[in-house]
Design a protein around this ligand. Structure first.
Ligand SMILES: Nc1nc2c(ncn2[C@@H]2O[C@H](COP(=O)(O)OP(=O)(O)O)[C@@H](O)[C@H]2O)c(=O)[nH]1
Ligand SMILES: [Mg+2]
Ligand SMILES: [Zn+2]
Length: 345
């Protein structure tokens, strides 16, 4: 009889004490990698955290060992010792990824290599404050482009709402809501939106991102004591970041779900977007783009540009086109510098 109670699987327990156990019959379980250090991984499975080694043969695959399994990867592991503290196991298989975030890292031997930082995330949650510090809009636009690029949801949290009048710059933020992004107004001081913040993180794997001082730690502490202390700072700067080895970590939430901390993810760096593809990550351009005279119009200086026409008509705010053009220049410069190559996703 298989009894499954709550998150505990008694079938696995029974199999474990079976006397006829062979290696291939060893109970295997599924979990999520929440931390990865050299040689070991911490795997979250229900309410348990396991420490696992990686089966040697896995390391021989096409993937570079450092990205064999990253935080967020779902893995199948066999039980080694369930009674030890923490319980231990061996990772047997890395299950297919739904998505991933990567950045360019310098190779010791020269050149750049894709470094996968995180897999299977559900959403990127960008935190900004409406004042002290004031929002950097390019940050949000970049982030949303990258969210589109990586196929995850983009959530925008605007904190410190107690410092400005309720209707302060609302149209600007409303614009993102109209584009289909979730926008949450919060104040860690007054408690405004804290429940929405909690709810949006529950049961999902989120990457929290935002410049220092916007209130990330305070907001996290508001939904769970000490959480902000455990989750380290992630800076909101975009760019290639420092080429040092970084460790990403997922923190389990009391509500279910995980929040990611990564000193390596300094803003999304959408390094492998082809400049010509960028325009497709601006959903508000789609309609006007159909009217562009040239099929490969970059909405820059080309005559007969439907997007620029829509800006002139007031259908698209000028700052959206500016954000796009700034990112376009960045991508072109980077393409020139690094050479463009597609990833295997
Ligand atoms: N007025 C106001 N101050 C806040 C709010 N949230 C955080 N702060 C303050 O902003 C500063 C930076 O907050 P912190 O959580 O450390 O930001 P982090 O760097 O993003 O983690 C601290 O002095 C907080 O007390 C808020 O909603 N309203
Ligand atoms: Mg902090
Ligand atoms: Zn155009």
């Amino acid at each position: 009889v298989w009894i499954v109670s709550g998150k505990r699987d008694f079938k696995a327990l029974e199999a474990n004490i079976s006397t006829q156990e062979t290696n291939s019959d060893k109970p295997s379980r599924e979990g999520i990698v929440i931390r990865s250090t050299s040689g070991h991984m911490q795997i979250s499975e229900g309410t348990n955290i396991w420490i696992c080694q990686i089966r040697g043969r896995l390391k021989k695959g096409p993937r570079e060992s450092q990205t064999l399994a990253v935080v967020g990867d779902r893995v199948r592991f066999s039980v080694q010792d369930e009674t030890s503290t923490p319980p231990s196991g061996v990772v047997e298989e890395v299950l297919p990824r739904r998505n991933k975030i990567s950045r360019l890292a310098a190779r010791r031997s020269g050149g750049n290599v894709e470094q996968v930082l995180m897999a299977n995330l559900d959403q990127v949650v960008a935190v900004q404050s409406v004042q002290d510090p004031t929002p950097q809009s390019s940050f949000v636009d970049r982030l949303l482009v990258a969210a589109e690029r990586f196929g995850v949801s983009g959530v925008l949290v605007l904190n410190k709402w107690d410092l400005v009048p309720f209707d302060h710059n609302r149209e600007r933020w409303q614009y993102y809501t109209d584009l289909g992004y979730r926008v949450i107004f919060t104040s860690a001081v007054s408690g405004l939106g804290v429940e929405d913040f909690r709810e949006v993180l529950a049961d999902r794997i989120s990457l929290l991102i935002g410049a220092s001082g916007v209130g990330k730690s305070t907001l996290l502490n508001a939904i769970e004591p000490e959480l902000g202390l455990r989750v380290n700072e992630v800076t909101g700067k975009t760019g290639l970041g420092r080429h040092t080895t970084t460790r990403t970590e997922l923190f389990p939430l009391a509500t279910g779900g995980f929040i990611a901390d990564s000193p390596g993810i300094r803003g999304f760096d959408p390094w492998d977007i082809d400049p010509l593809d960028l325009r497709d990550y601006f959903p508000d351009f789609a309609e006007g783009q159909l009217e562009c005279r040239y099929r490969t119009c970059l909405h820059r200086h080309e005559p007969g540009c439907g997007v620029k026409l829509n800006v002139a008509k007031g259908k698209i705010p000028g700052w959206r086109l500016e954000a796009y053009l700034a990112l376009l220049v960045d991508l072109e410069e980077r393409k020139e510098k690094l050479g463009f190559r597609k990833t295997d996703s």
